[in-house]
Design a protein around this ligand. Structure first.
Ligand code: PMP
Length: 379
């Protein structure tokens, strides 16, 4: 039986069509996009075509897209680039570590940051956001969809709120493409981060959308690339891969979303048939979350032995956030949602791909049930 991979929020397999698009830039197209000769011009065209595809997915202008080495860099560029020296920012408590660690770095340099709490569903407190806006902040950072529990934030409404106060907004939209509509509204100053490897593209490339009138100071200097916002010779093949991945995800978004919804229901039904007491964290209402992200808990079964047992049986899952796997710390997202430490350490994440087959889903539910029954503590 082939292995079953259900950790798509950590990374997705490379789409073979994306690989095909990249191959010429790894094999036969040697140009540096900054060079003036034919090879250079071909590489420049490839990078600019990719930029068009990323921008089209967002419904935005290509000149506003900055390529980076991934969403970690895009998040760092947005925050360090927008928050002024000694500035103030408000950030949701459930952000990805690449945002939260960056906020700590800014605090160590004199910035003042407020963490916005969330409710049991993981939704940012509107009252706390309003208070922060009343007290005056330069930048707000709220992710569009959470990578651990799938909660969709009302980011379009938040963009409007920030715009009305003249406050810049950064949105980490890494988990959105192909899972929820991602047309970026016309908000005031602001940025949106993306990553290719979450949508069938290669690892090590991402993008930051920067609204035209937003001032983002470059963090990597030493070249004029990316309109002075990110120096360094462009990773042409990876950028081409990201462009292709965005094009496919935009073309196939509604089919992928419905496939994910159906798969999620089928998987949960199969798992509940074996393990009736399985608990799901996050919003109950399907409209308030992206499809395909299931943060689950089987009472009396620790997440780590469950994950390792499933791995031995050929099933790949994740504990909380994959970025912290290896270290079994309670998830900061579940803690912020009020999940206690014991329940937190029993939690595991199943993240489906839009093309995960029904057979794989049924087999995965059976493996989880078997491994859980072997590891369940007596009540
Ligand atoms: N933000 C979110 C919500 C993520 O899920 C991830 C990937 N775990 C990142 C940022 C970081 O992306 P990258 O791997 O491209 O640095």
């Amino acid at each position: 039986m082939p292995r079953i991979y259900l950790d798509h929020n950590a990374t997705t397999p490379l789409d073979p069509r994306v690989l095909d698009a990249m191959l010429p830039y790894l094999q036969s197209e040697p140009g540096n996009p900054s060079s003036l000769h034919a090879e250079g011009r071909a590489a420049r065209r490839a990078v600019e075509d990719a930029r068009e595809h990323v921008a089209a997915m967002l419904g935005k202008d290509a000149r506003e897209v900055v390529f980076t080495s991934g969403a970690t860099e895009a998040n760092n560029l947005a925050l360090t680039g927008m928050v002024p020296a000694g500035g103030r920012l408000a950030v949701s408590a459930v952000e990805h570590p690449s945002v939260l660690a960056c906020v700590e770095l800014l605090e160590s340099r004199g910035a003042h940051a407020v963490r916005l709490g969330v409710d049991r569903d993981g939704l940012v407190s509107d009252a706390e956001l309003e208070t922060a806006l009343d007290e005056g902040v330069d930048v707000v950072a709220v992710m569009a969809a959470n990578n651990e529990v799938g909660t969709l934030q009302p980011w379009v409404a938040i963009a409007r709120q920030c715009h009305a106060r003249g406050v810049a907004l950064h949105v980490d939209a890494v988990q959105m493409p192909g899972k929820a509509p991602l047309a970026v509204p016309d908000f005031g100053e602001g940025t949106v981060s993306l990553s290719a490897h979450k949508i069938g593209g290669p690892k090590g490339v991402g993008a930051l959308w920067v609204r035209t009138d937003t001032r983002v100071r470059a963090q990597i200097v030493g070249g004029g690339q990316e309109r002075q916002r990110r120096a360094g010779t462009e990773n042409v093949a990876a950028i081409v891969g990201m462009g292709a991945a965005c094009r496919f995800v935009a073309d196939e978004a509604s089919a992928r979303m419905s496939a994910l919804r159906l798969s999620e229901e089928a998987f949960l039904a199969a798992l509940r048939a074996h393990v009736p007491d399985v608990v799901r964290h996050g919003p109950r209402n399907a409209d308030m979350r992206i499809p395909g992200t299931l943060n689950l808990r089987i009472p009396g079964v620790s997440g780590e032995p469950l994950l390792l047992g499933c791995d031995l049986e050929g099933l790949s899952l994740s504990l909380g956030s994959a970025c912290s796997s290896g270290a079994v710390e309670p998830s900061h997202v579940l803690l912020a949602m009020g999940v206690n430490k014991v329940e937190n350490l029993e939690s595991f994440r199943v993240s489906l791909g839009w093309d995960t087959s029904p057979d794989a889903l049924r087999a995965a539910a059976g493996i989880i049930a078997d491994v859980a029954s072997r590891n369940r503590r007596c009540p």
